[in-house]
Design a protein around this ligand. Sequence first.
Ligand code: NCD
Length: 311
Amino acid sequence: MLPRHILRVDQFSRGDLLQLLAHSAEMRRVVAAGGDKRLDGKILATLFFEPSTRTRLSFESSMLRLGGNVISSESAEHTSSAVKGESIEDTIRIVEAYADAIAIRHPLAGAAETAASVASVPILNAGDGPREHPTQALLDLYTIYDELGRIDDLTVALVGDLRFGRAPRSLAMLLTRTENARVLLVAPPGIEMSGDVLAYMETHGVAWEQLHDLEEALPRADVIYMTRVQKERFPSVESYRRVSGSYRLGSEHMKLLGENAIVMHPLPRVDEIDTLVDADPRAAYFRQARNGVYIRMALLDLLLGPRLLTA
Ligand code: NCD
């Protein structure tokens, strides 16, 4: 049974996850068949206080492909009443009168929880500052399942900004729902994975190791998960420059990567993956972005679909 609000990955049991993966595969077939109308009459509000291309548009596309409607506040940090000083709570109290679910992205860690604390409609966390990005982690795991045919017995290398990157944080925690996972953490000094996530992995049986060389991780990994250094979360340009460009995956690296391994990236990329890598069949990141639609359709259907009305 899915939680009422999608706020963090720790809300999902292994059973929920397996149900969601299967439902996403069904959603893929729905898209292939031209979509359907199961969310006819429902409205999703997307409330984005930070930049986004994939997350907002794939949420909106998901809703439309299921016959629902969308209202959107893009660049809400400039255009919503937050500019006038309205609190998250008050904004939610208003928007819930206009929509049946709200997907929110906000720079503050915990913003989605704040929204959920007053909301009478489901809240979907589309990224809360440097903390969590649960729907991204779900689509990442769906991608692994789709590409490799399994979610267990995986070695996943998380590379780049593991301190401020909410996508690798959420994925590391979601991997605790798989069996026999091993996580290789490859980050520049100062932006390593935070202690809370390391402790969470440890108590939930995920083996992790910290490495400094990408070359060391490549031959061991089933998944290389590259990430962008999160420039907007650094206190100064100098502190960003000290670590940006630390890891760049190029064609020469692909020789070290296993034949059946894949390269993922939540995107957008800056310079972490050379565009020459794109043509390699193991480059899964554009397929990964496409999978965002299936996962978000599955979530919206499970949260808003007719089966809940009859339950
Ligand atoms: C990520 C995010 O916003 O956290 N992007 C995304 O949602 N696909 C990663 C990033 O911005 O680097």
